[in-house]
Design a protein around this ligand. Sequence first.
Ligand code: MEZ
Length: 594
Amino acid sequence: MMTKKALGLMIGALLSGALIGGEAAAGQTLADFHSKMGGCASCHGTNAVTAASVPDDEHALNAQCQTCHGSYKDIRKTGTEIDPHHSHLGDINCTSCHTAHARPKLVCNDCHTFPNKMPFADAPEAAPKVSPDEAAIEAAMKAEPRESYDVVVIGAGSAGFNAAIAAKRAGASVLLLEKNSFSGGNSMLAAGGYNAVGTKQQKAKGITDTVEAYVEDTLKGGRGKNDRALVEILAKESAAGVEWLEGMGADLSEVKRSGGARVDRTHRPTGGETVGPHIVKTLRAQAEKDGVPARLNSRAVRLIVDENHTVRGVVVEGKHSGLYRVNAKAVVLAAGGYGQNKEMVAFYRPTFKGMTSSNNVTSTGDGVRMALEAGASMTDIDWIQAHPTVGKGSRILISETVRGVGAVMVNETGARFVNELTTRDRASDAILKQPGRHAWLVFDADLYAKAKMVRGYDHLGMLKKADTIEGLAKAAGMDPKVLEKTLADYNAYRAKGHDDAFGRPDMPLAVAKAPFYAVEVAPGIHHTMGGVAVTTESEVLDIQSRPMPGLYAAGEVTGGVHGFNRLGGNAVADTVVFGRRAGEHAAKYALEQK
Ligand code: MEZ
């Protein structure tokens, strides 16, 4: 006899096939279609449904989707075809894309461009979202709280998850809010790795590294503008952070070099898997297990602070439930940076106006805005990092790992112009001085085999490929003679162990084995170094530099850790080390309150 799940899968497959084949009636929504099969109950169960009765996180709805259609694992395709059900976002809510009552949205297209073959693609568009007005927010602030917690964490990226898990383990009741329809934030896109010193991985590779070296490299990268006390904590607690993640099942067993580091200290999963999705999946699963899952589709819109700058709670806007007040003894702001907020970028760094960004669409600066409104002070708020290698004309980060593993960077003639492993500010400046303000990363078959993420760029159609260097130069519009000489020189420097041209400190691979590849890159906004001013205990400071009782912050929303320029691999370390600290301190404070 066929099981319920097998039957469901069969129905699901038939439906998806029929619908992709174009049999959904014109203008029909997914909800219209399902209501014909069993009314609202086919998705919502038998309880009376109103907009407000649907939980904002939509977990129950999604469980229902999967009962009939199967899990992501069941429905994903095999082979090399790009499959949104097998993406770096992990097993996110089906309803993130398959909006029931309006036109669906392929969230992958927030960053990439894929043909949209989704069922119900001509359903009416959702009404544009209207921000709540001041009067409504004020009313919610004055209303009775819907819930009360010891600690509310705002933002479910790495910093927020780490804070929530740490606060829960410290004995606090915790609510983790996430405005997006899936968790992960900007951490989801972290490609490179996690900088840590004194790990067993470094020891196993015989790498000699010290906390002082980590601190000095970070300060040098930040042009000495970092808060030294924060950097020292980052370095000292970095290895414990790796172990904390490993304790949840993360794999950070590979160690590589990032720009500005004197030794290999960037930890990442084996086989070149991208670090951000791996860590986010690990934290997401751990948060579920620990009873602090992210409450999705729930945007914090206002911090509630009293006349003494003491935090009292948060006003939240739920996708279905609207505005409501949550009381909290402590709040951790982990809402990320503002790299995707074009107005803020243009205001704080006019020379970066209109520049592309590798950041997630969620990096809209809400945390900075809420902290400013609450009376917090900012550190270095106008310091924004341009990553040198964002795919030209795209939002896809071509990870520093590609240079770390061995790629060579050339300009449009085919000539090298910089030490590829210099810090990002210097590499970006150097590219912006080249003709056309762009560059190419060139590598060979060995690198293609070693760095898994490169295969992703290939899938996205970003690579030029040829069997000879001459052919590659022609495909990329470079001068073949120049590129041939550049690579011959580079391979010779590598063979003798010294880069006479630009002093590149590490040349792990030659560019010698066909086929050869090139990817075109240009600088793009990657990290906002400035943000909320914090103490070493992650307390947020007010404009007179006094801690605001109960208000904590961690991750990219804060300023001070990275100074003028962040080193590759230090963001993930920042989110883990300071996310944990903020959660622990917030819990301690909250549990001390009556
Ligand atoms: O830390 C980062 O931002 C990083 C390593 C990015 C990258 O190029 O992969």
